[in-house]
Design a protein around this ligand. Structure first.
Ligand SMILES: *[C@@H]1O[C@H](CO)[C@@H](O)[C@H](O)[C@H]1NC(C)=O
Ligand SMILES: *[C@@H]1O[C@H](CO)[C@@H](O)[C@H](O)[C@H]1NC(C)=O
Ligand SMILES: *[C@@H]1O[C@H](CO)[C@@H](O)[C@H](O)[C@H]1NC(C)=O
Ligand SMILES: *[C@@H]1O[C@H](CO)[C@@H](O)[C@H](O)[C@H]1NC(C)=O
Ligand SMILES: *[C@@H]1O[C@H](CO)[C@@H](O)[C@H](O)[C@H]1NC(C)=O
Length: 416
């Protein structure tokens, strides 16, 4: 320590111990909501020799943007009419060097730098020119801050959470002077049930939304709103957060099969990231072909629907499995062929019709064979007669058919 430093230190010690200076302690800057109030926390010091002047009759004065009594005076606690630029009250006890002040019904024109002055009947009349408080009147309240905590750790710059993790959405806001005090509320789109808990920690209002992440919160926008109830209207500010919950797929219960002449099965899966679907027939992966036709359809950013058309016949031991996969897991659905009573009936019905057809075929066959035999027998009889009376047969052959043929031709000509 050199000599100069020693002197400075000595002076500082001296100042603190024996010679109190006129000083004031004020916040540097305060925000106030237009139409509402502001509280200026204030403490002042006076020279020791003025202690006797500081009585209950002391008054507090505020200047704005300067310290000229004629042009900058905005508030005087001693004036009963209170006919000044600002309505307010010194709530601190001046005698105790507490100059805490409240100003009401602030307007944007009230924004500026404020200087305090203490006035007494005695020699103590002092304006604190070196320190001022800057009041900034804002039209709408500042937006609350929303923080995302996953498993008690803060997550920044992303809104992705894994299903099953414990999520805490914390909304916090600095409270500005208002009566009644502001409130924080949570809401969501789409609306989902939740419970919130609010508390005031010093001048910070906090509201927590704690839950375990499920796919129900996926793409849900949570909004935290701060509300100030002013005389004529409510002023609000909001902050949103949209959660993206990553989850393994889930196969929907809407998945089903039906059988006609072909078998068609549908499988619906949901997951984030969106899943991929695979089909396995009796344990083997099925590829897209003309015999096993697969088509896919996106249902949403997270949903996928796949249908398979099987042209081949399936036995009742065949199994068909739909498998959904994404980076977070696998889900599957098994379809097993169990011949239902309906399918049995259909089977019987077809057997019956087959038998009817077979019977008819047999009957027809019998008739044909029978007729053939009959014809053959007649022919042999004819041949027998022919050999017995050849002349008669020859006459019959030549005479009868031509006349019939002529008649037919004539009829045709008539119709033309
Ligand atoms: C000013 O503040 C004091 C102390 O809190 C209180 O008793 C008084 O009623 C207030 N006056 C006005 C006009 O609000
Ligand atoms: C000053 O007065 C205000 C208003 O009455 C009070 O809230 C505050 O605690 C006081 N400050 C000190 C340091 O006593
Ligand atoms: C919500 O979670 C946060 C952080 O994990 C915790 O500090 C807070 O106490 C919880 N609130 C409730 C009501 O459980
Ligand atoms: C302000 O909000 C409160 C509570 O949310 C409500 O009861 C009141 O009607 C609102 N006032 C106006 C003027 O909208
Ligand atoms: C299967 O093939 C057909 C045409 O061959 C095509 O239209 C269809 O998209 C394919 N399905 C899949 C899942 O690739």
């Amino acid at each position: 320590m050199d000599r100069a430093e020693k002197i400075i230190l000595f002076c500082l010690l001296l100042k603190g111990v024996c010679c109190r200076d006129s000083s004031i302690s004020l916040p540097e800057k305060i925000e106030a909501l237009s139409g509402s109030c502001v509280i200026i926390n204030c403490r002042f010091e006076i020279k020791k020799e003025h202690d006797k002047d500081l009585t209950e009759r002391a008054t507090g004065v505020w200047f704005k943007d300067g310290t000229n009594v004629d042009s900058n005076l905005v508030f005087n606690s001693n004036t009963l009419s209170q006919n000044f630029l600002i309505r307010g009250n010194i709530t601190g006890i001046l005698k105790d060097k507490n100059c805490t002040t409240v100003f009401y019904d602030l307007r944007s024109t009230h924004s500026g730098k404020y200087y305090f002055r203490i006035e007494t009947d005695g020699e103590l009349n002092w304006t604190y020119r070196k320190s001022s408080v800057s009041i900034h009147v804002i039209e709408s309240p500042p937006e609350p801050t929303v923080q995302l905590y996953v498993d008690q750790k803060e997550v920044q710059d992303q809104e992705e959470v894994l299903e099953g993790s414990s999520v805490s959405l914390r909304c916090s806001a600095e409270t500005l002077c208002s009566s009644p005090p502001p409130t924080l509320t949570w809401s969501s789109i789409p609306r989902i049930p939740f419970s919130e808990s609010s508390r005031l920690q010093e001048l910070i209002l906090i509201s927590d939304l704690n839950f375990t992440a499920t796919h129900r919160q996926h793409r849900v926008t949570f909004t935290c709103t701060i509300t100030y109830q002013l005389h004529d209207k409510n002023k609000t500010a909001q902050t949103n957060i949209t959660l993206h919950v990553q989850y393994a797929p889930k196969i929907s219960s809407a998945s089903s099969c039906y059988r006609t002449d072909v078998t068609v099965c549908f499988c619906e899966a949901d997951g984030n990231p969106s899943p991929e679907l695979e089909w396995h027939l009796s344990g083997r992966p099925v590829t897209n072909s003309s015999n096993t036709f697969i088509s896919e359809e996106r249902l949403s950013s997270t949903g996928l629907r796949s249908s398979i058309t099987l042209h081949q016949s399936l036995t009742n031991t065949s199994t068909l499995q739909c498998i959904g996969k994404n980076t977070h897991g696998t889900a599957s659905q098994l379809f097993q062929w169990i011949l239902t009573p309906l399918q049995f009936t259909e089977c019987q019905r077809s057997t019956v019709s087959l038998m009817v057809i077979l019977t008819l075929t047999l009957v027809l066959y019998a008739l044909t064979v029978g007729l053939g035999l009959y014809k053959m027998r007649r022919l042999s009889a004819k041949l027998k007669a022919q050999t017995e009376a050849a002349g008669t047969y020859a006459f019959f052959q030549l005479s009868a058919p031509p006349s019939e043929y002529e008649t037919l031709n004539v009829k045709r000509g008539d119709t033309q």
